[in-house]
Design a protein around this ligand. Sequence first.
Ligand code: ZN
Length: 93
Amino acid sequence: MASCKFCLNNSVDTWFGNWCDKCHRLQRIIHLFTIDKVMSVLDNVLIVNDDVQEEKIKEELKCELTTREYKLRERKNKNKSKPLPTLVECDEK
Ligand SMILES: [Zn+2]
């Protein structure tokens, strides 16, 4: 099968097609949210300057530290019958 003409990475999803299944999905997402919305999300999330990137790294670390602290507390309280507060999951990135 030929390679996708959009991403140039994957094989096309149909014999006479030009795009792979992921690029077709991306096309449907663009139709759903408009190209401007998709570009704005990509710019804000993936393309970041140093200041913003530093803030995102700090947020990631804060979340990681909170999760570790909770796990440590959970281990300490394992033998006690006192119920634990529920863990707030970090956002998936
Ligand atoms: Zn593709």
